[in-house]
Design a protein around this ligand. Structure first.
Ligand code: SF4
Length: 153
């Protein structure tokens, strides 16, 4: 069975925008056993930690990849290019280890696979996927979240 790609914050790495993590022991164990490779698209795209929280404005990750929506941080900075660069870096790693599946953090503008925030920085979620989740899916990688991974592994 090939390795999986997982959001690095699940493995206890403090790469979230607020320099915290979302550790899930089961996922961290996969990384420790060498069965999963942690990736943080936002860091790999060149953004610092901590960083301003960002949301997708005008659509979701699919639209960002198609040039129809942008990723904007809560100070109004356009960070779209960093998000796209990070998504391609994550894809490159996924392809280099032959990953067929990714377990990514739900609701993140990079990693969200079913839900993201609505782009108005008011804590409201909407259906949609993040930029990295969209790119991985376009390349045939199955993307699940911490909420949908049960019975998957
Ligand atoms: Fe975690 Fe993904 Fe956000 Fe990085 S970009 S902190 S891996 S949810």
């Amino acid at each position: 069975m090939g390795k999986k790609i997982v959001s690095a914050c699940f493995a206890g790495i403090n790469c979230r925008y607020d320099q915290r993590h979302n550790r899930i022991s089961r996922i961290q164990e996969l990384v420790e056993k060498g069965e999963a490779v942690p990736v943080c698209p936002e860091v790999m795209g060149g953004l610092p930690t901590p960083r301003n929280p960002a949301e997708i404005v005008g659509g979701d990750g699919e639209d960002v990849l198609d040039g129809k929506a942008r990723v904007i941080d809560n100070q109004g900075n356009d960070v779209t290019e960093a998000f796209i660069r990070g998504a391609y870096e994550a894809l490159k790693i996924a392809q280099s280890v032959g990953a067929k599946e990714a377990i990514l953090k739900e609701k993140s503008p990079s990693c969200g696979s079913c839900m993201i925030y609505d782009g108005q920085f008011r804590g409201v979620k909407k259906a949609g996927q993040g930029v990295t989740a969209a790119l991985l899916r376009r390349h045939g990688i199955r993307v699940v979240s911490e909420e949908t991974m049960e019975n998957e592994n």
